[in-house]
Write a protein that binds this ligand. Structure first.
Ligand code: SF4
Length: 258
């Protein structure tokens, strides 16, 4: 492994898994990132929920509607110009639904929002990132949550790598933990929770997984392009020869008129 520090995150690993060429563009060539509207929408929703829950972590006794209004207005200052009226309406609906849900279930016991972490896994290998939310549930179980604003749930099916990574982070902070609950909070799906639980044994295996992946990335030479339907959202699509070739072939066939 190289002498200098090598930082890994969930998104770096996912990018490498999805397409090695994309990884090369984003993390080695470091092409400029273009923010897509769905990223902006996601940041807006995250900001609202972060401010809302932070208010109660900091001791607010205000009603939930009042704190949500403050959080909404605060986030709008930053995102008003960047979002379409339709997306603002959709975000408003999510907040409204979220409040109704909390009215029924009560405020969750949130311990932190957007908690950053940086953990040495081995020598110069560092795992870093942010956890959207950490709670302690009624039965004393730690619960990590990740907010998702994607329209589709199917891509998350059986993909709990992100959540188990966050469980691993909690275990580093508190080695007495025996079990971690973890959820994707699907904001565009009526705030549905997709929840799993991880045992200490499962969580501890994460370190070796990252070490293996780091070795693979550092030894990668070819950075092959893997063309899929996700290519149209790729920041490197204008540079990617394989994608352009594939697109040209597809367009040619579309133009053929028997
Ligand atoms: S356009 Fe597709 S194949 Fe090319 S780098 Fe991006 S994700 Fe990979």
């Amino acid at each position: 492994m190289e002498e200098e520090k090598f930082k890994l995150s969930v998104s770096k690993v996912k990018t490498f898994d999805q397409c090695k060429k994309k990884y090369e563009y984003l993390y080695i060539v470091k092409i400029p990132r273009k923010e897509q509207i769905f990223h902006t929408f996601g940041k807006f929703a995250h900001k609202i929920l972060e401010d809302f829950h932070n208010a109660y972590i900091n001791g607010s006794v205000e009603p939930i509607g009042k704190e949500m209004t403050k959080a909404w207005k605060n986030a709008l200052v930053e995102y008003e110009e960047k979002l379409t009226p339709e997306l603002k309406k959709e975000a408003w609906d999510i907040c409204n639904f979220y409040l109704k849900k909390i009215q029924k279930s009560g405020l969750p016991n949130v311990l932190s929002c957007e908690q950053s972490f940086e953990i040495y896994l081995k020598d110069n290998l560092i795992l870093n990132g942010f956890i959207d939310r950490v709670e302690k549930d009624e039965n004393g179980i730690y619960h990590v949550l990740d907010y998702k604003t994607s329209k589709s749930k199917s891509y998350l099916k059986d993909d709990y790598f992100q959540l188990i990574t966050y469980a691993f982070v909690l275990l580093q902070n508190d080695p007495t933990i025996e079990k971690v609950r973890a959820s994707y909070l699907m904001l565009r799906h009526k705030c549905e929770l997709i929840t799993v639980e991880f045992s200490k044994k499962e969580i501890l295996e994460v370190r070796d997984k990252y070490i293996d992946i780091a070795e693979k990335i550092l030894n990668e030479k070819q950075f092959e392009a893997s063309v899929t339907k996700l290519c149209e959202f790729c920041e490197g699509s204008e540079l990617c020869e394989k994608y352009k070739e594939k697109k040209l072939q597809t367009n040619t066939f579309k133009q053929i008129d028997w």
